[in-house]
Design a protein around this ligand. Structure first.
Ligand code: SF4
Length: 251
């Protein structure tokens, strides 16, 4: 398909691209995205096995791209370690973004260090300051970003398209090349290329976020059930991937 120019991208163009690429392989979607949107295109990474896979696929194209990561101040050290391993392996500087100091001081002084346990609203406020705000700054001037989201991760992601129009972050293209991937596909890619692996997977974690908001899961439990386990699973998103913009399939 024609790539067009970045300036022409809008919700309708994204809808057409999503249909054209709906059956494309992840490698093809990654290459297409980088060739279309250029070197400002960002891979947003929490250093999950999905994000490591996307970084690997992007690096394999030989095309330039950015890797952005959010240090919320509450990460596991093992997460930061994967970031350093990837930086060394691919020679791509990880662009770490941090919460704004004044906002974080205000949050912790007025609400404490564990305000997120009190209510959904307070949890969302913490995610807004520690994650969403920094990602907004990371994506400024970026025409498109990649995620490692998959449809089978949660009920909130079941209808995830491979490409969507991201209103939440100001109107840009969001690419989810692993949308249809399975655990087995991820494992095969990681084994074939010896990809760095987050150490907490070996301690029973199946989805890894901030330390106080993630815990290991038991066999048979949903992989995302270790995230914000005290909340209704329907709310199990941190604001980086809101559902409000996921309307492209209905249009
Ligand atoms: S995951 Fe938890 S600690 Fe991390 S930003 Fe959200 S509420 Fe705060």
């Amino acid at each position: 398909m024609s790539t067009g120019t970045i300036a022409l991208w809008d919700q309708d163009a994204v809808k057409n691209a999503a249909e054209a690429l709906s059956t494309a392989r992840a490698e093809e979607i990654v290459r297409w995205g980088l060739a279309t949107f250029g070197p400002r295109t960002a891979v947003a990474s929490s250093f999950s096995e999905e994000d490591v896979a996307v970084i690997h696929l992007a690096a394999s194209t030989g095309l330039p791209f950015r890797v952005v990561a959010l240090d919320t101040g509450r990460l596991h050290e093992e997460t930061r370690w994967v970031g350093d391993q990837l930086q060394a392996r691919y020679g791509i500087p990880i662009e770490w973004y941090f919460p704004l100091g004044e906002e974080l001081e205000e949050l912790t002084r007025t609400a404490g260090m564990f305000s997120f346990r009190r209510s959904l609203e307070e949890r969302r406020r913490c995610c807004e300051i520690r994650k969403v705000g920094p990602l907004r700054r990371a994506l400024e001037g970026t025409p498109a970003w990649f995620t490692g989201l998959r449809r089978d991760q949660s009920q909130t992601r079941a209808s995830l398209p491979v490409i969507e129009w991201d209103v939440a972050f100001g109107g840009l293209v969001k690419l989810n090349p692993l949308a249809g991937w399975t655990d087995a596909q991820l494992r095969d890619l990681a084994d074939a290329h010896g990809l760095p692996r987050h150490a907490l997977y070996d301690e029973g974690y199946t989805s890894i976020g901030c330390a106080p908001c993630s815990r290991p899961t038991r066999p048979g439990e949903h992989p995302r059930s270790g995230r914000w386990w005290w909340e209704d699973p329907a709310h199990a998103e941190c604001g980086l991937h809101p559902l409000s913009h996921r309307t492209i399939r209905k249009a």
